[in-house]
Every structure is written in structure tokens, then in C-alpha cells.
Design a binder for this molecule. Structure first.
Ligand SMILES: Cc1cc2nc3c(=O)[nH]c(=O)nc-3n(C[C@H](O)[C@H](O)[C@H](O)COP(=O)(O)OP(=O)(O)OC[C@H]3O[C@@H](n4cnc5c(N)ncnc54)[C@H](O)[C@@H]3O)c2cc1C
Length: 394
């Protein structure tokens, strides 16, 4: 039992609670997959092979569906996610829906993403007990090239200018719909070279739409050296801000671009430095909980415990309407369900989408669980512990 567990009474390692919603078969699959994921170079190779196989339409979809898909995807369509969402809700865990497709390079993909987002908002409004909010990728609604040029204040070609106008038209319509249905949208954070324009859009629309309820959330990545100051400025805004706080997903990509282009590395020098920045940001946000919306989006046990401990020590309700915790579906279940059991608002991030289009998401989960040995080791240990516990019939 950790000191924080002893002082708060909250257990974020209880596998019986964490995996109550998982069948024995699911757990055995998770055990096998997490064991395989420990072989980092083999995982990277398998990912490349699967990518090629999908490109050449070789029959690998079934295998992906039965392995990574079953572990990390809520389904291939919105409707398919329903049974999972209902199961999660039995344990007081709601969902953040994510249409797990990558950045759109073609106009027709953007149209498809837009209509899917419209569908998701309708679905969330239809099932308010199951769905808390929707994750939105601005790179699914406008091309990364547009975000990059806007971020660097470069001029736009006529076609990019048109794309920008179209984006604003569609995005504001989407937000009007979300506001009318009371469904919050959380904008994902992306690579630092396209993020300035995404931040600008997030701020512009937070100001417009976060009137009564917080409808727009932005994401702040605390692995970036400049984000404490950014957050400080954000917290001073005169409108209500919604913040999803993450560490950040692109360490290697950010470092190698900075090195190849010869600019200073924008990422904290070490994992420990990122952890310190994250927890500092967490405290800054928690101190403003009466004015902002905060989603603590992390699998980090210590950060979750610190946030929970703060709430309890300040005498706030764990179910504070401005605070939620979020972890990805298929990961950190003892943390999610442990927090929910203690009365905190937990929203599981549930991605869905056609298996071939969701493959980049799945391959990132696979690589994340192999490159961060702590993470994969912990998931494997938890699953093994739960299988052993069930075998003993405890
Ligand atoms: C609900 C949810 C939504 C998310 N949305 C986004 C999003 O919109 N955009 C996005 O970028 N990410 C997003 N992520 C991913 C997130 O940024 C992290 O990559 C992931 O959650 C792992 O970090 P952690 O806090 O869970 O845990 P931990 O395992 O404690 O931390 C791992 C993280 O620490 C940092 N880190 C690791 N090694 C180093 C190092 N050597 N130097 C500096 N920092 C290091 C990295 O950020 C790494 O991801 C999301 C995660 C969740 C759970």
C-alpha cells in the first residue's frame, strides 16, 4: 500500500476492481498481447508488416480485429461501441468517444470526418448517461499543411485559403450543434510545429462557446518546455477555459525534427522534468477548479493520486462537475475504475473506426506499450495478478 493510498483510502492498483468488466477470455488475450508487446523491435517490425499488408489488401484485418482491435478499440462503428459503453457505465465510468482515424489529406476524408463528428454529437446526446464528451482532431477537419502554414504565419495559396474558410464554417456549425445538445468537444493537441494555429482556434472558439457550460476544451502538453507559461496565460483569460492536461505523445518525433532542422529541442530534457511540469500544471488548474473545466488525461498513478488527494484535502466533492479523469480504453484500468469507485468522474477514452483506418492508432498503442517498458510492464503485471487472483477464486 502506498503512502497516498494510506492517506486517501483510494486504491489505484486493485485489479479486482479494475478488471471486473473484463471476461476471462479478454484478460487472457490482454496477457498474451502485453507479453508480445515487450519485444520492442519485433513490435515495430510487425507494425510495418501489418501496414504494408493492409495497403496491399492482404487478409490481416481479422487478426488485427481479434488482437489489438479487441484490446484497444471500442468497435468499428459508433453502434458497435454501445455494448462496451454500457458495460463501462455499470461501473460509473463514462466515455469520451474518439473517431480513430489519422489526419485527413484529401477533401473527401475531411467531409467523412465532419459527418462522423456530427453523428457522434447526436449519439452522445442520445446516450448522455454513457457518453461524456467527444475527442476532436483538427487535423481531421483541415490538412496538416494548412495548420503548419498558419502556425508559421506563412502565406496561403488560394486553395488553402478556401480550405481555411471552409474549416471555420464547418467547425463553428459543429460547435453550435454541440452547444445545442450540451456535448463538450475536446480538441487534441498535436506536434509543436502545427500547434500554434490549433491553440489559436481553440482559444477563439472557447471564447465564443464556453458561455454557460464549457463546450470547448483545449489540450495542453506538459512535456513542452514552454507550456507552464502558456498555461499561466490561459488561466488568466476572461472566458471559461476547458483544459485537457496531457504529458504529450510525440517525444521522439519532436526531438528528431528539432535536431534535423537545428532549433532547440522543445521537449523537457527528461521524463522526470515532464513529470514535475505535469504535476505543477495540475496544481495550477486544480486551484482554479471553480472557474475552469479540467480533464486529467494521464495513466500516471502518482499524478492521478495527487489530483485525488488535493480534492479530498480541500474538502471538494470527488464528483466535482468541473473535474474528470481520463485514460485510454485498454490501458490503466485499475486507475480508471479505482478512481470511479472512489466517486471521481472518470471518462474512458474510447476510440472506434474501421480497423484499417484505425491501424495507425493501434500501432501507436502497440509501440507505446513496448517502448515505455514501465507502462507495458505495469499493464502485464496487473493482468497477470488478476488472472492469478481469479484462478485462486479470491
Ligand atoms: C485521455 C487521453 C487523451 C490524450 N490526448 C492526447 C493529445 O491530445 N495529444 C497528445 O500529444 N497526447 C495525448 N495523449 C497521450 C499523452 O500525451 C501521453 O503520451 C500518454 O498518456 C502517456 O503519458 P502519461 O501521462 O499517461 O504517463 P507516463 O507513462 O507517466 O508518461 C509518459 C510520458 O512522459 C513523457 N516522457 C517520456 N519519456 C520522456 C523523456 N525522456 N523526456 C521528456 N518526457 C518524456 C512523454 O510525454 C510520455 O508520453 C492522451 C492521453 C490520454 C490518456
Amino acid at each position: 500500500m502506498s503512502i497516498l493510498h494510506a492517506t486517501t483510502g483510494i486504491d489505484l492498483d486493485d485489479t479486482a476492481v479494475g478488471y471486473a468488466y473484463r471476461s476471462q477470455q479478454d484478460l487472457r488475450l490482454a496477457y498474451a498481447v502485453f507479453r508480445l508487446l515487450r519485444y520492442g523491435s519485433a513490435v515495430r517490425l510487425a507494425n510495418r508488416l501489418a501496414e504494408q499488408a493492409l495497403r496491399f489488401r492482404l487478409p490481416v484485418k481479422g487478426l488485427l480485429r481479434q488482437t489489438l482491435g479487441r484490446l484497444f478499440l471500442g468497435g468499428e462503428t459508433l453502434e458497435e461501441t454501445l455494448s462496451l459503453l454500457r458495460k463501462l457505465q455499470t461501473y460509473q465510468v463514462k466515455s469520451m468517444l474518439d473517431y480513430a482515424v489519422e489526419a485527413s489529406l484529401h477533401p473527401e476524408e475531411r467531409e467523412r470526418a465532419l459527418s462522423e463528428y456530427i453523428k457522434m454529437i447526436g449519439f452522445a446526446a442520445q446516450y448522455p448517461d454513457l457518453v461524456d464528451c467527444i475527442a476532436i482532431k483538427l487535423t481531421a477537419l483541415a490538412s496538416p499543411l494548412l495548420w503548419e502554414r498558419l502556425s508559421q504565419n506563412l502565406s496561403l495559396t488560394p486553395s488553402l485559403k478556401k480550405e481555411e474558410e471552409k474549416f471555420h464554417y464547418y467547425f463553428s456549425s459543429l460547435l453550435q450543434l454541440a452547444q445545442s445538445k450540451g456535448v463538450p468537444l475536446m480538441i487534441d493537441a498535436e506536434e509543436s510545429w502545427i500547434q500554434p494555429a490549433i491553440d489559436a482556434v481553440a482559444e477563439q472558439y472557447m471564447q465564443m462557446f464556453n458561455t454557460d457550460k464549457i463546450i470547448v476544451y483545449t489540450t495542453v502538453q506538459m512535456y513542452r518546455r514552454d507550456r507552464i507559461q502558456y498555461l499561466r496565460d490561459l488561466l488568466e483569460k476572461s472566458y471559461k477555459v476547458g483544459i485537457k492536461l496531457v504529458r504529450g505523445a510525440y517525444v521522439e518525433k519532436e526531438r528528431s525534427r528539432a535536431q534535423s532542422k537545428g532549433y532547440p529541442d522543445p521537449i523537457q530534457p527528461t521524463k522526470a522534468a515532464t513529470d514535475i511540469a505535469y504535476d505543477q500544471a495540475l496544481m495550477m488548474c486544480l486551484e482554479r477548479l471553480d472557474q475552469i473545466g479540467l480533464c486529467v488525461a494521464t495513466h500516471n498513478r502518482n499524478s492521478c493520486m495527487k489530483a485525488a488527494q488535493y480534492v479530498l484535502l480541500k474538502g471538494l466533492s470527488p464528483a466535482h462537475p468541473n473535474l474528470s479523469f481520463s485514460q485510454l480504453y485498454g490501458m490503466a484500468d485499475p486507475i480508471s475504475f479505482g478512481l470511479a469507485k472512489a466517486g471521481f468522474r472518470v471518462v474512458k477514452y474510447v476510440p472506434y473506426g474501421p480497423i484499417d483506418r484505425a491501424f495507425p492508432y493501434l500501432s501507436r498503442r502497440a509501440e507505446e506499450n513496448s517502448s515505455l517498458s514501465d507502462q507495458s510492464g505495469r499493464e502485464l503485471r496487473w493482468v497477470a495478478e488478476e488472472l492469478a487472483r481469479r484462478q485462486k477464486g479470491q
